[in-house]
Design a protein. Structure first.
Length: 215
């Protein structure tokens, strides 16, 4: 599939993961799982769930519900999510500056996430995060297709699954240690760059674009 190009943009296309990369969605996700427990009567350890964010919703549901109920529970969770999760979610430190840095470099900032796309868009709109495109419902290697389609040369995420997505797309993997994976785990998975959080991203991007211009 050909990359989506816009001649008005002369800088890099940078992909970002959502949960624990751009937003701290733990409070809202915790509240949604607790509400799901109340609604269904099936106990879910919400503390455990929010300690391992990253993989798709259906993977987490499989720990708590029988296989024949997963599709129904996924629909119910996604329906309940806007009521319980949007207001409680916070921007990660440096998120607005990171997006602004991409745009200042003449580039595009896209969000590629495992989250249900309509809910991902609600988060970004609520927090005023200025993404040029949002692509949801993709995980790990599956993210590579969207990254390639949009011509992303960098993908920023907090999980080893995000590193795999970047690798699949042939993009540079920039990892932040704000999610469930340690710096050591991210490097072992193949991350090219590991940052403590997004506050370090603008300086890194400036250096990256300067190096690219000299090639």
């Amino acid at each position: 599939m050909a990359a989506l190009e816009n001649p008005a943009h002369t800088g890099p296309v940078v992909g970002f993961d959502l949960d624990m990369t751009l937003i701290d969605s733990r409070p809202g996700i915790h509240a949604t799982w607790r509400a799901l427990t109340e609604r269904t009567g099936t106990y879910v350890d919400a503390d455990l769930v929010v300690s391992r964010l990253g993989p798709p919703l259906v993977d987490e549901l499989a720990h708590w519900f029988p296989a024949e109920q997963i599709a129904e529970m996924a629909d119910l969770y996604r329906e309940m999510y806007p009521t319980h999760a949007i207001e409680g979610t916070l921007p990660m430190p440096g998120v607005h500056e990171a997006m602004a840095a991409v745009h200042a470099a003449g580039g595009r900032a896209i969000v590629v996430t495992a989250k249900y796309e309509p809910n991902a868009k609600l988060h970004l709109a609520h927090l005023g995060i200025d993404a040029d495109a949002v692509i949801g419902d993709l995980w790990a290697e599956g993210k590579g297709e969207a990254l390639r389609e949009h011509g992303a040369s960098v993908y920023v995420g907090d999980h080893t699954g995000d590193v795999r997505g970047a690798r699949t797309a042939g993009a540079l993997s920039v990892a932040v240690t704000t999610g469930p994976c340690s710096a050591e785990e991210l490097r072992a998975a193949g991350a090219d760059v590991v940052l403590a959080d997004l506050t370090a991203f603008p300086a890194w991007l400036e250096s990256y674009t300067e190096r690219a211009a000299r090639r």
